[in-house]
Each structure stands twice: as structure tokens, then as C-alpha cells.
Design a binder for this molecule. Structure first.
Ligand code: SF4
Ligand code: FES
Length: 212
């Protein structure tokens, strides 16, 4: 799948369909700019003020949408690195992050059901796979981090969890902070009994995935 580009006078929108998790923030945010079910061109960057288009692009959880402003104002890293635990769905990172060493557009949705064919990214197969997992995990005792942003490295391990290093707040689907960490291992096989964390169940489940 190739990246689509729609150039506007004040802002250009890029869309990487391979990353889209169909959260529909874009088409619900402004259906004149992001036209649902369009035959032909569906991105119309001049149909709204550039600030509005930018805000909708930044609300795209997967990073499928990115932008380039004509005035050079680029997307900035968030003040707080977060991973949101989506009920029955992926892990949604918002951070200055790399995945397997590759720089991400500050947003990335990573598979935690084990079914994606685009691992480590989510490809929405959790729906058809009937993945069931709470978005409201129990809180863990944690201390405020000395810094809440900065570089975050997400390393998918071979046949195992995501190894994450850097400042990170683990946030529930409703926005509750459930943990604050500088290193953690997050389940991506779908079998942990301690989700969103890995508990070693991937070995018994025979989980197979590329990684480091
Ligand atoms: S993941 Fe991004 S591009 Fe895909 S539907 Fe959601 S907001 Fe739109
Ligand atoms: S990756 Fe799921 S239990 Fe380790």
C-alpha cells in the first residue's frame, strides 16, 4: 500500500493506509476534509483552516495521518509520553518514539492481540478475532517520573513482548493513569493473564513474531 499525499495551500496531508486502524477520528472530525466512502480523492486539505486540519491529523492514533504545514510548523513531541490501553484493541502510543529502531510520527498503534498480519502494528484483526481484554487495567503503585517526555524506544522482541524503555505513563481507555515506568514489557501475544504486561504466557501459547 502506497502513501497518499494531498497538497493544500496551507497544509499537506499524508495518509499511510497500512497503519490505519479505522478509529474514524478523521472522517468524524471533518467529513469535508476527510470524506468517508469517497469515490476517488478523499483528502481535501483546503476545505477547513489549516489549524483544524492539523488538530484532526494529530488525533489520528495510529500515525496513518501526518501533515506538513506550508509555514513550516511541524508536529511537536507530546509533553507526556503515554500508551493508552484500548479495550479489546491495540496499545496506542503517543510519544517521541521509535519502533524497532524506526522513528515514528509521535503516534503508533501496536498489536496486543497477536493476530495482526502487520506486526508490530495493529491491522484491526482484533475485531474479527474476537479479542477480549479490558481497557481498564488495575493501577500499580508508581511514583511521578522525574521527566515525562523524551525518547521512547519500543523493541518488539522475537516471539515475545514489546520491550519499552523511556519515560512512559500507562493510561486506561478512560484516561486513568495506571502506571508510570521507565522500562516495561507489554504483552503482544494476547495471552497474558496480567495484561497489558507480559507474564511469560507467550511461551506456552507458542506465539511467533519477528523481533530482536
Ligand atoms: S487511524 Fe487515523 S486515518 Fe485511520 S480512520 Fe483513524 S484517524 Fe482516520
Ligand atoms: S507477550 Fe503476551 S504474555 Fe508475553
Amino acid at each position: 500500500m502506497t502513501v497518499e499525499t494531498a497538497r493544500g495551500g496551507r497544509i499537506t496531508i499524508h495518509f499511510d493506509p497500512a497503519r490505519c486502524v479505522h478509529s474514524r477520528n478523521c472522517v468524524l472530525g471533518n467529513p469535508q476534509v476527510f470524506v468517508p466512502n469517497a469515490e476517488g480523492e478523499w483528502l481535501h486539505p483546503d476545505a477547513a483552516p489549516a489549524e483544524e486540519v492539523e488538530a484532526i491529523v494529530r488525533s489520528c492514533p495510529s500515525g496513518a495521518l501526518t501533515f506538513a504545514r506550508a509555514d513550516g510548523a511541524d508536529e511537536r513531541a507530546p509533553e507526556v509520553n503515554t500508551v493508552r490501553v484500548r479495550e479489546n484493541g491495540p496499545l496506542a502510543f503517543h510519544a517521541e518514539c521509535t519502533v524497532a529502531g524506526e522513528t515514528q510520527p509521535f503516534r503508533a498503534t501496536l498489536c496486543r492481540c497477536g493476530l495482526s498480519r502487520n506486526k508490530p502494528f495493529c491491522d484491526n484483526r482484533h475485531h474479527e478475532g474476537g479479542f477480549a481484554a479490558t481497557g481498564e487495567p488495575a493501577e500499580q503503585a508508581s511514583q511521578p517520573l522525574a521527566a515525562r517526555n523524551g525518547a521512547l524506544a519500543i523493541e518488539p522482541t522475537r516471539d515475545g513482548p514489546l520491550h519499552v524503555t523511556g519515560n512512559l505513563e500507562v493510561v486506561s481507555g478512560t484516561g486513568r493513569t495506571v502506571n508510570r515506568v521507565t522500562e516495561t514489557w507489554l504483552c503482544r501475544c494476547g495471552h497474558s493473564n496480567n495484561k497489558p504486561y507480559c507474564d511469560g504466557s507467550h511461551r506456552k501459547a507458542g506465539f511467533r513474531a519477528e523481533g530482536t
